[in-house]
Design a protein around this ligand. Structure first.
Ligand code: BGP
Length: 470
């Protein structure tokens, strides 16, 4: 696409509607599943919500101005389904269309290419009442909603994402149980959720292509590039099971237009059954993504697990600990611990070379036409100085390393054409609320959502300048 001709590379940052917009009831927005969960559930462990979030709804011009002044040439954000269709289906809310028209137009005016996700976890509550993504009807509701967005914004938006991280979303909803509706260790729902999300994505992509839209559409996957601990005994089996579990139920339909050959074998190994129909094969074949968006934080480091009970370990609170992080699956595999890799306070590995490994591996196995890194970033607790300024040297150091590996893969011919830092501004973190900050710009939640660029904001601006200066 010519999006890349003049700019060569897209350098930007990304957000998601529920995490930054706030204005949860403004202008006839419908109720979302996350609104309902955060207001009513005892499982809302951070006791916060997205009612106001970072108030992007009222600050979008200021934020976009800052991105442009930071020399970024693209901005990733998502559309809240319940702003466009308050009930998930049916009547369109013109106020929602107007809001996103304003955001899109302002991006273009400031020289930022919009990259728009249709779904980033925030399901309309009316659809949650119908069983959420376990209900196959949602695949058609989503396709209808996607079409409305293409028709209203497609004359200006050239880069689209159908669904953000169907795999990780399903994992949190159905296995960890920290996203609504909080099912735990429910593998049947885990596989089915992903499957239905992929069907929904394929249906939307088909519509995009049938409408002959000018632009590209892809899906965003949370990279789970599998590496086996050296003492793993049954390497072939662990590789097959874990790669399906972490990647292939998404990457195969998205990039190859079909479910993986090992689907039945792996799903049965979990004592589960996928509900499919005879039409699905054609839907996947017709709904291949134009590009892959990769959210790159981690790898999956795994080994065999033959005895003991199935369990999930997830550090939800950022209290530094040496506790295990990941999953243990009886008779299948488990997350392994690598003592040589530094970890953050949430127990996640900090291993920048995964950027290179993942890009080259995915390129070799799936030959995507185009890849964009749609997220990569570093969350943590932060203390500003008396002016609100944050000296985030650690974020800079890690990002620098990740980008070094990105450029190495690019130089070796991997077709990677964009990078979006997560995130431009501090925003709501699904499980950690507002304490875990990811932004290159601080949001002061106690001072009218004041924006204060951090050290990394200026560093990123200079990095982009240097890149284009050659
Ligand atoms: C990704 C999501 C984002 C964002 C990020 C950081 O999985 O796509 O929405 O939240 O992770 O995650 P967290 O805030 O849980 O640390």
């Amino acid at each position: 696409a010519d999006i890349f001709d003049d700019k060569d590379f897209l350098w930007g940052s990304g957000t998601a509607a529920y995490q930054c917009e706030g204005a949860w009831k403004a202008d006839s927005k419908g109720l979302g599943e996350w609104d309902y969960f955060n207001h009513h559930s005892p499982l809302n462990i951070n006791h916060t919500d997205g009612d106001e979030a970072s108030d992007f709804y009222h600050h979008y011009q200021e934020d976009i101005d800052l991105l442009a002044a930071g020399h970024q040439n693209t901005f990733r954000f998502s559309i809240a389904w319940d702003r466009i269709l308050p009930n998930g289906t049916g009547k369109i809310n013109q106020n929602g269309i107007d809001f996103y028209n304003n955001v899109i137009d302002y991006c273009l005016q400031k020289g930022l290419e919009p990259n728009v996700s249709l779904f980033h976890y925030d399901l309309p509550y009316q659809l949650a009442l119908q069983g959420g993504w376990l209900n196959r009807k949602l695949t058609d509701y989503f396709a209808d909603y996607a079409k409305i967005c293409f028709e209203n914004f497609g004359d200006r938006v050239k880069i689209w994402v159908t669904i953000n991280e169907p795999r990780y979303y399903s994992y949190c909803v159905n296995i960890v149980g920290n996203y609504p509706p909080n099912r735990r260790l429910d593998f049947q729902s885990y596989f089915q959720y992903q499957y239905n999300l992929m069907l929904a994505s394929a249906k939307a992509i088909k519509i995009f292509h049938n409408l002959n839209m000018d632009g590209i559409i892809g899906i965003v996957h949370d990279n789970g590039n599998v590496e086996l601990a050296p003492d793993t005994k049954d390497k072939a089996r662990v590789q097959k099971l874990s790669d399906f579990f972490y990647n292939r139920e998404i990457l195969c339909p998205a990039l190859l237009g079909k479910m993986p050959d090992e689907t039945t074998e792996v799903v049965q190994a979990f004592n589960c059954l996928l509900y499919q129909t005879d039409q699905d094969e054609q839907i996947f074949a017709d709904g291949k993504a134009d590009y892959l968006g990769l959210n790159l934080y981690n790898r999956q480091y795994v080994t065999d697990w033959s005895t003991g009970e199935t369990a999930v370990f997830h550090n939800n609170q950022g209290k530094q600990s040496t506790a295990k992080e990941g999953i243990r699956l009886q008779g299948l595999f488990e997350s392994a611990f690598d003592p040589d890799v530094p970890r953050n306070q949430w127990g996640r590995e900090e291993l920048p070379r995964v950027m290179y490994t993942a890009l080259t591996e995915i390129n070799q196995r799936y030959h995507p036409q185009l890849i964009m890194i749609t997220e990569n970033g570093h969350g943590g607790y932060e203390t500003p100085d008396e002016n609100g300024y944050v000296n985030d040297d650690k974020r800079i150091a890690l990002t620098k390393d990740f980008l070094k590996y990105l450029l190495q893969a690019k130089n070796e011919g991997v077709p990677v054409h964009g990078y979006y830092h997560w995130s431009p501004i501090d925003l709501y973190s699904w499980i950690n609320g507002y304490e875990k900050r990811y932004g290159m710009i601080r949001v002061d939640y106690n001072d009218h959502f004041r924006r204060i660029p951090k050290k990394s904001y200026y560093w990123y601006r200079d990095f982009i300048d240097q890149y284009f200066a050659g």
